[in-house]
Ligand binder design. Sequence first.
Ligand code: SF4
Length: 319
Amino acid sequence: MTDAPATLPPMTLLIAAPRGFCAGVDRAIIIVERAIEKYGAPVYVRHEIVHNKYVVDGLKAKGAIFVESLDQVPDGVPVVFSAHGVPKAVPAKAEQRGLDYLDATCPLVSKVHRQAERQVDAGRHILFIGHKGHPEVIGTFGQVPEGTMSLIETVEDAEAFTPANPDNLAFLTQTTLSVDDTAAIVATLERRFPTISAPKGEDICYATSNRQTAVKAIAAKCDAVYVIGAPNSSNSLRLVEVAEREGTPARLIQRAADIDFDWLANVRTLGLTAGASAPEILVREVVERIGMRFAVVEQQVETAKETIAFKLPRGLETA
Ligand code: SF4
């Protein structure tokens, strides 16, 4: 027998919108699914296609095999490159081996790759604002010759960087950074190097900035915020930071099983959002689990509408 709702303590859930899947993640998942339909299982995927265990496990069940290196892909089997992008050396090596490969790099990451090439062609040294070790950063560094790009992670790095030629610099950024932190780093670079070349448009993608704006809009009204996402998902981690900066305790959880009900003991308004690689089904799972302990009232708080969709690679449109 379950408790009657009236006996449960009240809980208002403010659910941020936009949240969850972005167009790049959607496209990457469809590419793997269509590749399996077209070629048959198994299809190899280099690196987690997107940073979400639920998604990766779902694709494994359909016949995807995830590996970290091209060396782990047997001859004659198709391979998909993840949404985060890869260094140029990776498709080159796949071609050398005669492998069929499909590139699920998000078009907004590819756009940064092309900008990096153009800046190096123009003879500029690039300061790349990003997080060391993230696959997107490794992929972008791999677009240009060694020594033509330096990583800037913090305002301190921006203050300390000593260029060979301060009048011949450009900056670019990872797509999934904190909008506010990046603005502070860019301001430092532009103060120190007034002639630094900036990207034409914003490199931080629409999905990252929309999700940050949305969580900012709910955080101040909440006692606590849960962000659904993976610990290696850059944009999800940034959502936790944005909520905390509004003065609201925030935590990252992967699934409903991670909910800490002790932490929610004094919470009457809980904010909920999800990183760009977390599917909506996980949001519903969390809402339902909270509904087992609280009389939940859901309110969606929408700060933007997203209508962007990216084309699939040729040959996969109708697999
Ligand atoms: S978060 Fe942005 S850059 Fe990354 S896959 Fe989504 S749309 Fe593309």
